[in-house]
Write a protein that binds this ligand. Structure first.
Ligand SMILES: NC(=O)c1ccc[n+]([C@@H]2O[C@H](COP(=O)([O-])OP(=O)(O)OC[C@H]3O[C@@H](n4cnc5c(N)ncnc54)[C@H](OP(=O)(O)O)[C@@H]3O)[C@@H](O)[C@H]2O)c1
Length: 338
């Protein structure tokens, strides 16, 4: 079988397509014939050596997000059977409750080998069934970006119909947050660098759009749209570069879901405004299997379809990474495996 490996994380060209022996599932394990995988910003960080805390795993197989069908099961496997359509969970050991530090050591395509491969072996506990109405390509977009958006909206003090949600940009996490919040009856305000993307965000259910390039003080526009009060939730994917404005854009007692670092990993934050407004700042690290399964129920109920920007062939995985890096996408970038 073929798989991609990263011998040294030195950029997109360090991604190599190689042959490897067919893996065999052991006790409690499942061999999955991978059909599709999807990319996250995090995978670019992995590929450029900006992600791993310690030394990266030698010849790491990249990507956390993939879907496929069960090809073979090992002894004592009861959760799935051959032919089942499944996806891996981001942290293989985080099944429910709060994440423990050890769970981070089970993240696919980071701490352990990932899914950009024709076949992969998972512990049976590390899989969920795909919603029946989704293709493998759509299912492959769920494990990181969608579960992160779900955790933001429902993992803390849950979103309530009629509340407002601000999503920053139109990348994978933000578009899932838009779709899930819209399905829940919330008002969604989206920001983007592009008017064309804002038009598409509105077609997906956003009620308002703010171009953060044209309006660098975009938090003022968000306040104006909410009668000066601010939004109930901010899906914060920018990090220190956007957080001060997100704090201003949140209503008193609102929640800011700390997710990403798209606007740079470092910067100074003055907590005074957050303190005076009684904001809840909640860190998010993807989510558990329990959250993934709850989200899948909602996706199935509302027949939501993930927004796929472009699908690349397996042999063109490097092009997929370049496309993600270019940030012209809206939603998810997918690799079709077989
Ligand atoms: N904590 C977690 O568990 C977790 C999970 C998933 C992702 N993340 C993090 O969340 C972030 C988003 O991940 P992703 O995979 O969704 O990324 P992505 O798909 O690569 O998002 C790219 C988009 O983000 C928008 N963007 C870039 N810079 C921006 C800025 N300064 N302000 C507002 N929007 C900006 C742009 O949208 P426009 O072109 O529309 O402006 C861009 O196209 C990343 O930092 C990622 O590492 C964290």
């Amino acid at each position: 079988m073929r798989l991609y490996q990263i011998p040294k994380p030195e950029g997109i060209d360090s991604l190599l397509l190689r042959e490897a022996p067919m893996p065999k599932p052991g006790r409690g394990q499942v061999l999955v014939r991978m059909r599709a995988a999807s990319l996250n910003y995090r995978d670019l960080m992995v590929l450029t050596g900006r992600y791993a805390r310690g030394a990266p795993l030698p010849d790491l197989v990249p990507l956390s997000d993939g879907a496929g069908e069960v090809a073979e099961i090992g002894p004592e496997v009861t959760r799935v059977k051959p032919g089942d359509r499944v996806a891996g969970i981001f942290m293989q050991s985080w099944l429910g409750g709060e994440a423990e530090p050890a769970d981070a050591a089970s993240s696919l395509g980071g701490a352990i080998h990932g899914v950009l491969a024709e076949y992969a072996v998972f512990e049976q506990t590390g899989l969920v069934h795909l919603p029946a109405h989704l293709s493998f390509e759509e299912g492959a977009t769920l494990p990181c970006a969608a579960v992160t958006a779900w955790n933001a909206l429902y993992g803390g003090r849950p979103l309530i119909a009629g509340q407002s949600v601000l999503v920053l940009g139109t990348g994978g996490v933000s578009v899932f947050a838009l779709q899930l919040a819209h399905a829940a009856g919330a008002r969604v305000i989206a920001t983007s660098s592009s008017d064309a993307k804002l038009a598409r965000a509105k077609a997906l259910g956003a009620s308002d759009g703010v171009n953060y390039r044209q309006q660098p003080e975009w938090q003022q526009a968000v306040l104006a749209l909410t009668g000066g009060r601010g939004v109930d939730h901010v899906v914060e994917v920018g990090g220190p570069g956007t957080l001060p404005r997100s704090i201003e854009a949140a209503r008193p007692g609102g929640q800011i879901h700390l997710i990403g670092v798209l606007a740079g990993p470092a910067g100074e934050i003055n907590p005074t405004t957050a303190m005076r407004k009684g904001l809840i700042l909640r860190g998010i690290y993807v989510g558990s299997r329990q959250m993934f399964e709850a989200m899948n129920q909602a996706i199935a109920l509302h027949r939501l379809h993930p927004v796929i920007d472009r699908v690349f062939d397996f042999e063109a995985a490097r092009e997929a990474f370049r496309h993600l890096q270019g940030q012209t996408h809206l939603g998810k970038v997918v690799v079709r495996i077989q």
